[in-house]
Every structure is written in structure tokens, then in C-alpha cells.
Design a protein around this ligand. Structure first.
Ligand code: FCB
Length: 426
């Protein structure tokens, strides 16, 4: 499992007192009734296998959810402001939606939860998608106007910003595997353009936020797997791993560079798994292609989505991005499982990786777990369970899982509590 991650962490280790601890969410996945969005349109047209419906009804239950987060030791919370609610028709700002998000941000602050605000987390207004989405000629202008409206009306005092979420993941699902809107398959050309566009969207949002919000820290959330060759003795496997890393990890950073430096105030790392690559002829398929799931240095463990549980990969990723010389925030990390023991092992292993990185001097500022509660996991619907709390989708009750208690203990004490330490070094 990669428990070696934490071996070098001394007993006396403490997480910094101002470390951010919390969970990450996205509007469409938790709020419910996201009717003006492209996803809702696709769901109701039967183009997706599941409907988000009322999701977790977070739209109405946000205060109770934030109470829960606070009760479990969180001091930060990542959320997205749904563009399609704020601008349901082109150029029409919905005052009630702005007022709603003002209340949401107030509710966070009132509970001592530092908001980490995402401007675009996969969904877009239906009208935006119908006009060509991110590939439309005026897409960036439309997004810029939206960013201005949000920054002006809601931005005051927000310190942590995420402009766009995971450009490579959105491009892959929307234009290569084609299982998400706009359901294009094998359109690598368009996928590359979308990644470029989303990185351009980041750059413009970066400037617009800084023009109005003093002290803002702005990044895009980057999905960064740890990529390894399947057989490290094979030169072609090593080449495959290098190419995938260059494309999936390094290219988006390069696309946000301006005047020789990345236009980022910190690195927002979404880490889930390692990707073990075998060389296959067929060119571009290599970049997003399937992983090699054979035994690779011993038995491996996978979650319900087939993602490998590999905490050492988080440490490797943190070491790698630390070279950019920027602070780092883990803005997503989690596991799709209903197995509490596996979820605990996952969390312990990744906490050890964080501790090890801090011990090595990595400028890590916080950890936001995906997710606060089970939610609407895109094309998987409610079948993939990522929550610190389980959601009963019939009653909408939230039930904290053991991992939520472990995270609370670590957040409160700042220590890798004995239970966390034992399980990871056994
Ligand atoms: C990430 C997404 C997030 C969630 C997790 C499981 O790629 O950003 O919305 O779906 O995966």
C-alpha cells in the first residue's frame, strides 16, 4: 500500500497549528436541483446513466453540513459556486443565487471554516454549453464576465481561490472517453484545445481576482496522479511514464506560465492514485490510456472505481510539485469504498504522507478530503461512496464514518495519533 511513506516521521511530529483541515465538495454533486446546468440538461435528456435530482440537498442543508464539519474538527471547507445558478441566462445575474452564496460564505465564516472557493467545477450553464461550451469563440469573455460578477459581489475577504477544476479530467471525460457532456469520443484535437482554454480561463481569472481581492491566493486544481512505469527495467515503459507525466502533470503548469513563471499563488493538488503505465503502440491513447493492473511489486489494493490505494504517490507528487517553489494545498484526496477498514487505511496512509512531506520541508498548507459526505459522483451517480460521512439517499441523513473521527482527532491534536501511526507502519 505504500506505508513506507511515513517511516521517517518522528514521534514528536506535529502538524502546524494553522494547517487547514477540511473537506472538498462541488456544487452539482451536493446541492441538488441544479436545473440550469449542462449536466442537468444531459441527465434529463437521458444521456447520462444517473440523475442528480436533489443530490444531498446541501442547497437547503448547508448549515447543518457545516455544523457537522466543524464538530469534526474542520477549519476549512472547499465548495464551488455554481455558475449556472448565478447566471442562468446569458448576462442575467440571479440576485437570489448571489444572496444564497453570500449566506453560505457567511455560514462558513461564522463557524470558523475558511472558504476555499472554486469558480468552475465541471458544470457550466446550459446556455454556455449550447453555444459551444469552452470551445466557443466567446467562451473566455463569458467566463471573464462571470468571474468579475462573482469577485465583485462575493469575493471580499475570500483568501483561497480555485479558478477551474482539473482541466485534464474534464477534457478526458468530455472529449476522449465521451462519458460526460458534451459526449465527444476520441476527439483528442478538441481535448487538447479544451485544456488550453481552461488554462487560459485560469489565467484570466487569476488576474481578475487579484485586481479586486487583496491577499487572494489563486490556483487551478490540478489532478496529479503519481505515474510509474509498469516494468521499470523496460525502456519503453519508462518512456511511456515520462510521456504521460509530461502531458498530464507538466503541460497544464506550462500552460499557465506567463513571463517565465506559473501564474499561481499556490499549487492545488488533487491526488487520488498512482498510474502504472505500460508502453502500448497507438500514440495518444498512452496519455490517458488504461493502467497496467498486474502485480507490480506485490499485491495492490483498488477502490470501487478501480483506483489504486497508494499513499506513497501523494508524497512523491508533493515532492515533485514542491520544485515549483510555491505553497501547496491538497484540495482533494479520497477513496470510493463502503469498507470502513479500507477507508481508514487510506486516510492514515495519506496523513503519513503529508507528515513526511512536512518533515522534509515541503511548504504544505492544508488537506481537504474528498468529500464531506457521499454525493453525486458524476456518471457513477450515488454508487461511488467518497464521504467522510455516509449519506442515506432515502432520508438524506449523514452518518459520520470512522475515518471522519480519525481526521477529527488528527486535526484537533495536530499529531499523528497512535492509531494513525500503528496502522501505517504495521
Ligand atoms: C475528482 C473531481 C471531484 C470528484 C472526485 C472523486 O476528479 O474533481 O469532483 O468527482 O474526483
Amino acid at each position: 500500500m505504500g506505508e513506507v511513506a511515513g517511516r521517517g516521521v518522528p514521534e514528536s511530529f506535529r502538524f502546524p497549528p494553522d494547517f487547514l483541515w477540511g473537506a472538498a465538495t462541488a456544487a452539482h454533486q451536493v446541492e441538488g436541483d441544479n436545473r440550469a446546468s449542462d449536466w442537468w440538461a444531459a441527465e434529463t435528456a437521458g444521456l447520462l446513466p444517473h440523475r442528480s435530482g436533489r443530490a444531498c440537498d446541501h442547497l437547503r442543508r448547508f448549515e447543518a453540513d457545516f455544523d457537522l464539519a466543524r464538530a469534526f474538527g474542520h477549519n476549512a471547507h472547499r465548495l464551488s459556486l455554481e455558475w449556472s445558478r448565478l447566471e442562468p441566462e446569458p448576462g442575467v445575474r440571479d440576485e437570489a443565487a448571489f444572496a444564497h452564496y453570500a449566506r453560505v460564505l457567511e455560514a462558513l465564516r461564522g463557524r470558523g471554516l475558511e472558504p476555499v472557493v472554486t469558480l468552475h467545477h465541471f458544470t457550466a450553464p446550459r446556455w454556455f454549453a449550447e453555444r459551444g461550451g469552452w470551445l466557443a469563440a466567446d467562451a473566455l469573455d463569458r467566463f471573464a464576465a462571470h468571474v468579475d460578477a462573482v469577485v465583485e459581489r462575493l469575493g471580499h475577504g475570500i483568501r483561497w481561490w480555485i479558478t477551474v477544476n482539473e482541466p485534464t479530467v474534464l477534457a478526458k471525460h468530455g472529449w476522449v472517453s465521451g462519458d460526460w457532456p458534451p459526449f465527444r469520443r476520441g476527439r483528442w484535437d478538441l481535448a487538447f484545445r479544451v485544456i488550453r482554454r481552461l488554462c487560459a480561463a485560469h489565467r484570466l481569472a487569476y488576474r481578475r481576482i487579484h485586481a479586486r481581492v487583496p491577499g487572494a491566493r489563486v490556483a487551478f486544481a490540478h489532478s496529479i496522479p503519481w505515474i510509474e512505469p509498469c516494468d521499470p527495467t523496460r525502456a519503453l515503459d519508462r518512456l511511456a511514464a515520462r510521456l504521460r507525466t509530461a502531458f498530464l502533470v507538466d503541460w497544464p503548469f506550462a500552460l499557465v506560465r506567463e513571463a517565465g513563471r506559473p501564474l499561481l499563488d499556490y499549487v492545488a493538488v488533487n491526488y487520488y492514485t498512482r498510474s502504472v503505465v505500460r508502453w502500448r503502440p497507438g500514440g495518444r491513447a498512452l496519455l490517458f490510456g488504461a493502467d497496467c493492473h498486474e502485480d507490480h511489486h506485490g499485491p495492490r489494493r483498488f477502490d470501487d472505481l478501480g483506483q489504486e490505494l497508494w499513499p506513497t504517490g501523494l508524497l512523491e507528487v508533493l515532492r515533485r510539485v514542491a520544485r515549483l517553489g510555491l505553497p501547496i494545498l491538497v484540495t482533494e484526496n479520497g477513496i470510493a469504498t463502503e469498507d470502513d477498514a479500507l477507508r481508514l487505511a487510506h486516510l492514515r496512509g495519506h496523513l503519513e504522507a503529508l507528515a513526511q512531506a512536512l518533515t522534509e520541508g515541503v511548504d504544505l498548507r492544508g488537506y481537504l478530503h474528498w468529500s464531506l459526505m457521499d454525493n453525486f459522483e458524476w456518471a457513477k451517480g450515488t454508487t461511488a461512496r467518497f464521504g467522510l460521512a455516509a449519506t442515506d439517499f432515502a432520508t438524506l441523513e449523514r452518518r459520520p464514518r470512522p475515518a471522519m473521527r480519525l481526521l477529527a482527532e488528527v486535526a484537533r491534536t495536530g499529531r499523528l495519533v497512535p492509531s494513525a501511526r500503528e496502522a501505517t507502519t504495521a
